[in-house]
Write a protein that binds this ligand. Structure first.
Ligand SMILES: C[S@@+](CC[C@H](N)C(=O)[O-])C[C@H]1O[C@@H](n2cnc3c(N)ncnc32)[C@H](O)[C@@H]1O
Length: 244
């Protein structure tokens, strides 16, 4: 679990589908009416706060944060995603092309109030190392808000008979241009929570979101499914000892 890979498992697929992803993600119902509202509900007031978007992709969340007067830094492993994010936000945010599985010495200790990470942590194998790095760069009052695939549905969708291990799985995505196979880690729920606590955080909020009503207007069948099946987990974790 502690070994750090030399190359991010999902780098090539995100590099190759970056344009298609950027074109789709702003209007994709799962993002607009499901994941993003859940993330936004967990975020504290962002105005004037220093925020890292970890796995920023083409910068949709950074755009929202900038519009709400946050001071924004984005990190993503994909050069194409960073280029698209730059096109979207211009010079308003600082961007780094970097692997979240490696230490990030270019980010100073205690230099962020909030870290937000939407749809990215499933690509990171070692959460203790990642959250320890998040802990280092967050101020004492800092928190992390993130979304990840729900461990129950990820397991039942592809039951390998070994719930308790962290496994690299492959999923075929069809909503972003040509079908593409995306590798992603599935881990048991206890590993998630244990890693977060071992890195020095407390669980503050945990949400198994359902879509907002507008989803039903654009994709009624998928809306009905998501109202009954947990596909996403969102959490806010704060540094141990921080005042709420
Ligand atoms: C599902 S996309 C989410 C992008 C953005 N947060 C959003 O909500 O639209 C996942 C992103 O994680 C990035 N990523 C995957 N593995 C990474 C790693 N090890 N380090 C940094 N970024 C990574 C990908 O390049 C991609 O942009």
């Amino acid at each position: 679990m502690n070994q750090r890979r030399s190359r991010p498992v999902a780098l090539d697929v995100y590099d190759s589908m970056a344009e298609a992803y950027a074109a789709e993600i702003e209007k994709n119902p799962r993002s607009v009416y499901y994941e993003r509202p859940a993330i936004l509900r967990l975020l504290p007031d962002v105005s004037g706060r220093r925020i890292l978007d970890a796995g920023c992709g083409p910068g949709v969340m950074m755009d929202w944060l900038l519009a709400h007067e946050a001071v924004v830094v984005g990190v993503d492993a994909s050069a194409n995603m960073i280029r698209l994010a730059r096109e979207r936000v211009g010079d308003a945010a600082v961007l780094h092309q970097a692997d979240l599985e490696q230490p990030m010495p270019f980010l100073a200790d205690s230099s962020f109030d909030v870290i937000v990470s939407s749809g990215t942590l499933g690509y990171i194998r070692d959460w203790v190392a990642l959250f320890s790095e998040f802990h280092r760069i967050l101020a004492e009052s800092g928190c992390v808000v993130f979304s990840v695939g729900h461990p129950c549905s990820e397991y039942t969708l592809n039951d390998t008979g070994d719930y308790f291990s962290t496994e690299l799985r492959e999923y075929t995505w069809r909503g972003f241009g040509a079908p593409i196979v995306v590798p992603c880690y599935r881990r048991p729920f206890s590993h998630m929570i244990d890693s977060i606590i071992r890195a020095g955080f407390c669980l503050e909020r945990l949400v198994e979101p359902v879509p907002v009503d507008d989803f039903a207007d654009v994709k009624p069948e998928e809306y009905a499914k998501l109202m009954r099946r947990a596909r996403l987990l969102c959490m806010r974790v704060g540094k141990q000892g921080r005042e709420l």
